[in-house]
Design a protein around this ligand. Structure first.
Ligand code: ATP
Ligand code: MG
Length: 260
């Protein structure tokens, strides 16, 4: 059965797109078939696999998630192969900035994305669908949550990393009234050994009832940024880097926990 997992945190820059892209790649390397959905108008997930010209090409030709939602079509028609086996993507568009207006006049507006994913999901063609979300909590993010079975919350190990997380959990509780959604876990990201925030962040998170904190954490690693600069997963750009190894471990942890 296809598992749909979204990456959500209203705190910007917490590592959602980085984790989504690299987890997707490592799951595909582990033999899983993965479809990535770029749900953010910043195009960061799309840019993780394509250069700017290619990414804006999808945007301008209307071959994007925005068109699928707006025209109420299956995302199947908008799937693009990445350069890697078993890893496909539905690219984003800068037009996604208008999606809140588009949704406003739609019936059952919380479920527009879920409907676009339905055919691909029921076909069972993919083991995983991973959806990258923008750092907001509006109707579009509700769509992303309603289209997902599980959510991974990347949290940055920084003084403000946890700030606003309570809002996020309140929001998830409200969502749970309309859809069944499981928090697969919180992933601590951008850990910097020179600073002392990792332990503090982990202890605060472990104090939360019923929330799994992944054993793996992702360190700050310049290889990640260089990889992104070259539109590559870090596992391709620098396979032996610390972060590349951490994403391999994280993929193993996700596979282990996803059927809990
Ligand atoms: N492990 C890492 N090592 C070094 N830099 C990282 C790492 N993870 C993320 N970054 C950098 O931090 C910034 C934010 O990461 P990312 O874009 O993945 O966060 P995000 O949560 O998707 O942001 P947004 O909320 O804007 O969508 C990016 O510039 C990225 O290159
Ligand atoms: Mg992002």
């Amino acid at each position: 059965m296809t598992k749909t997992i979204c990456f959500t945190n209203n705190k910007g820059g917490s590592g959602k797109s980085t984790v989504c892209a690299n987890l997707g790649y490592e799951l595909s390397k582990a033999g899983k078939k993965v479809l990535l959905i770029d749900g953010d108008m910043q195009l960061n997930l799309t840019l993780s696999f394509f250069d700017r010209e290619e990414a804006f090409g999808f945007d301008q030709s209307g071959n994007s998630l925005y068109s699928a939602v707006r025209e109420k079509k299956s995302v199947k028609e908008y799937i693009v192969n990445t350069p890697y086996a078993n890893l496909d993507i539905v690219p984003s568009s800068t037009l996604l900035s208008q999606i809140e207006y588009e949704l406003f006049t739609m019936m059952q507006r919380e479920y527009a994305l879920k409907k676009c994913l339905e055919a691909v999901k029921t076909s069972g063609e993919y083991d995983y669908i991973l959806i990258d979300a923008p750092p907001t909590l509006g109707t579009w993010v509700i769509n992303i949550l309603c289209a997902s079975d599980k959510i991974i919350i990347p949290v940055e190990a920084s003084p403000w990393g946890l700030f606003g997380l309570a809002n996020m959990f309140d929001f998830l509780e409200q969502i749970s009234e309309v859809t069944k959604l499981e928090v697969l876990g919180v992933l601590i990201t951008k850990v910097d050994e020179r600073k002392n925030y990792y332990r503090q962040t982990r202890e605060s998170l472990l104090g939360l009832d019923d929330i799994k904190v992944f054993d793996t954490c992702i360190h700050v690693d310049s290889a990640v940024e260089w990889a992104q600069d070259n539109s590559m997963p870090v596992g391709v750009y620098k396979k032996n880097s610390r972060c590349a190894k951490e994403f391999v471990k994280f993929a193993e942890e996700v596979i282990e926990n996803v059927n809990r």
